[in-house]
Every structure is written in structure tokens, then in C-alpha cells.
Design a binder for this molecule. Sequence first.
Ligand code: DCP
Ligand code: MG
Length: 365
Amino acid sequence: MNEVTRAILHLDLDAFYASIEQRDHPDYRGKPVIVGGSPDRRGVVATASYEARTYGVHSAMPSRTAQRLCPDAIFLPARFEVYRAVSHEIMALFRQHTALVEPLSLDEAYLDVTPTVRDLEEAAQLARKIKRQIRELTQLTASAGVSYCKFLAKIASDQQKPDGLTVIAIEDAPAFLAALPIEKFFGVGKVTAARLRNLEIQTGADLTRLGEERLRELLGKHGNQLYRYANGEDDRPVEPVRERKSVGKEVTFERDLRDRNEMERILENLSTQVERRLVELGIAGKTLTLKVRWSNFELVTRATSRAQGFQSAQEMLPKLHTLLSGLVDGRRAVRLLGVSVSGLVSPDELRRARQVVTLSLWSER
Ligand code: DCP
Ligand code: MG
């Protein structure tokens, strides 16, 4: 393909953790399997097999709710080492096809295959081949999206899950985008979606009709970006070397917040999400940062470090409460809260650090 048109694949494994459990325990195949926290211990669902999804079970749902919806479900704890090992195999396979592989999570990546294909038709053939190779290598299925940019490739891979393959050709993109609900657009979270829906903006067609100026007035810089996506313009490159510097989560509120209890609840939720990602990656971080954006958009951060590192929400929360106390005085309203962990270290390094701390505590006695 020439340089102006690209061929991008997005590959995403189906019900990743649950499919691995079904692969490794043939008894569970064809049955509703839920991987995640136990229903008796206020756990949440990490993922559910497609059999369990027909009962309405989905990721991030309390396991107790999942059990009520699907009483026959088999609940299993996550085996992260296994999932990480499978992830390495899949990413290595992708890298045999192109050096331009950008992993998004354990089971998902963008591939830029522009130099190896003549058109999107050939890119689709390549996607089909990679899906087959994934199956041979891991006995798992993946869904693929094929298009000329990242944004559309990712949406495409979600169109026909599981084991799907969807191509969005350049000439079909305008009609596809016009009908696309705003929530599907990259970067449109609950808050933005609610604001747009209030203005009767429901689809990509509504976004283009509204115009770039108006979107910018409403959403700032993000409005320009959204306008470009709605017009099928996304020239973000596939970035292969993304060394991770931190793991974080943040949330912007629909209404500015003053209530301290509510902030603490949100911090609990954010740190749980950060914990999930850290555990998934098998890493921890030495520095914990709290980010606060005031209602006037001013941004402040406060950080604290700990030799033993942070991985669990339980380790983060007391520190976050202290950091929050140093910032929030009840007078100023908060627009955004964020939690991140940086200074990332492998579990091995961490174990060694923890040993040193324990030893020195011990020798002080
Ligand atoms: N995951 C999690 N908690 C979430 C979402 C996901 O622990 N809230 C984990 C479990 C998933 C894995 O990440 O298996 C990959 O996430 P996906 O969003 O790709 O979901 P699945 O692969 O499970 O299902 P799908 O077939 O929809 O891709
Ligand atoms: Mg997946």
C-alpha cells in the first residue's frame, strides 16, 4: 500500500481469562465460567465466558450479582502468571508479522501491516492467517478488526465477537461512522456522552452536523479530536516501543465535588482499578501520586513513596487519604480525581526490597 493509506489490524482475544480456563480444564468447556473475585468476598467479575454472558454477566460486575443472574456459573480465581505467559506468546507471534506492534493490554494489540499488503483485502487475509496461528499456538480464538486507522480497526474488532473478522474499508467508513453511537468513539466516557446526549447528539452524524467549532466550545481540545474521528480522520501511528512509566486511573465528575466521603469512595474505586492493572502486569510501583483538578481547572498533584512498593488498593488507600487531607479543605470544589503508581518494579525486585525492609525491622529489635 502507498504511504498515505495505511493497513492497521486490531486483534483482541475472546473472553481471554475465561477461555484460558476452559482450554486448561476441558470440563468447563461449553459452560458458564466466571473468572474473578469470589461472590462471598465482595469480589468482582474480571471476565465471563460467552456462555455466562448470555445471562447478562459482564466484566466489573459484583460477583454476587453475577451469581444471582447465573446460579450455575463456575467461579474461578485468576491465574495471572498463566495469562501473562499466553500474552507473551501472542505478542511474539504478532511481531513475526511486523515490528510495528502496539500492545494495549494482555490480550489486545494494534499491528501496522502497511508494508506487507497491497490493500485492505490482503490485510484481511493476513488477519485471518494470524487468527489461525493464534488458534494453533494457544487453542484460543481472537477477533480482528481491519481498517486504515487505529480508531476504526479497534471498533471493527468489536463488531463480530467472538471469533470475528470485520473490515471497514475507506469508502464504507463515512456511513459506518454516521450511524455509530457516540459512546463508541474513542475518548467519550460517561460524562462526555451524557453531556452530548443532553444536546440530542447521539451518533457520528450528529457530531459532524454540530461542527468542529461548537464541539471545541463544548469539550475543548478533545472536541477537535472527536470531530476528526467522526470524519474518519485518525493518523495516530502504531507505537511499538511504549515503555510503561506509570499505571493510573482518573475520573472527571459530572458535577464538581465537595463531599469528602464521596471523594474517598471514588479513591477506593480508582485504586482498585489501578491494583487490577498492576496485578495483571505483575508489577508494583514505589511512588503513589494523587491528582486533583479544582473546578477552575487548576491541577495539583501530591506524591508519596514507599520502599516496599504499592500494588494493592489496601496499601494505597491510607496514603491517599493523607494526601487528600493535605489538599482538600471543603471550600474548593473538585472536578477530577486521579490515582497513579510510578517507579515501576518487577515482583522479583519488589520481593527483594520487601525482604530488606523486613530484615532491617527485625534487626532493629
Ligand atoms: N479484565 C478485567 N477487568 C475488567 C476488564 C477486563 O480483569 N473490567 C481482564 C479480563 C479479560 C481481559 O482483561 O479477560 C481482557 O479484557 P477484554 O476487555 O478484552 O475482555 P475479554 O477478552 O474477557 O472479552 P472480549 O471477548 O469481550 O474481548
Ligand atoms: Mg478480549
